[in-house]
Design a binder for this molecule. Sequence first.
Ligand SMILES: [Fe+2]
Length: 341
Amino acid sequence: MSATKIEATADYQQSLNNDLVTFTPRHYDDWRDEFHQNGCVVIKNVISPERAEYYREKQIQWLKKFELGFDENDESTWTAEHLPVSFKGGMYFAYGSPHEKMAWEARTEPKVMEIFENLWETNELISSFDGMNISLPRRKDLNWSPWPHCDQNQNRKGMQAVQGLLNYAPNGPNDGGLMLMKGSSKLFDEFFKHKRESFDHEDAPPPEIEFMDLFLFSQKDVKWFEEQGCELIKVNMEPGDFVLWDSRTMHYARLPEGNQIRHVQYICMTPRRFATSEALELKKQCFESFTGTTHWPHCNIRPTKEKPMRDGKVCPKDRNEPFEKPELTDTVLKLAGVKAY
Ligand SMILES: [Fe+2]
């Protein structure tokens, strides 16, 4: 076994053109080998099925707290008018949802933190203020199309962020879920050797919303990756499983087609040392105002300022704080970047 080397540039944050972290390959004899090989990995039983059920139920209750008539047992209520406003049929980032108690409980699950601690080989982590996904199957009021993308700017090189999601409900081939272009993170530099234009997808955010770390691929791009030997896979998971993927990996969330409601919490952590003091200050403001961010924990701290829009107007159910506020434990404050290690 050769020694691991995690090199970081002296100036982590500033240089978009330099590698942030370089992992020299070695054998770990655990899930990290597969992760470094493919840029993605499923980690089984990170929380118990009972704990997953607790979160699943919490998410259902959250939908009902808006009092829009949603009933999980009455499919006729599985429409936009009975639900808070979401993106792509089930991603919730507004309404203070990234700071709901259940989101912070999920982030601070010991085995969830352990994944990122082992990955980055440090206990000093900060977390993104990411959303959740509750996708109802058989929605008739949705116009949905695949949106293959990656969440890393083409000017950032190397593995700079790793995303994940904690799965709460059974998730088989027909249950929608995460689609991943296995192996695509390794081809990131080659694909972006020349400047590429992000695909003008119907759901692409308008340019004035500077997501910065979002690139949408065209079908031609998808084919290019497949021709290089990558494979587009549907990730199947059981309640309590976790999937981790390098932010350079092409991916998208597919809508469920079976009977099962999809329930997940997106979770992403990186070392605190990657963040500038300005980024930490901005995180603090987001945390204190219950604002969401991008998937990136340490940079591109882009406060979610867009209001949830319903029929051209701000959703009357818009709110600036979670229904259930998180407990401000030491761990939460450290992961939020508010408290130093
Ligand atoms: Fe994404």
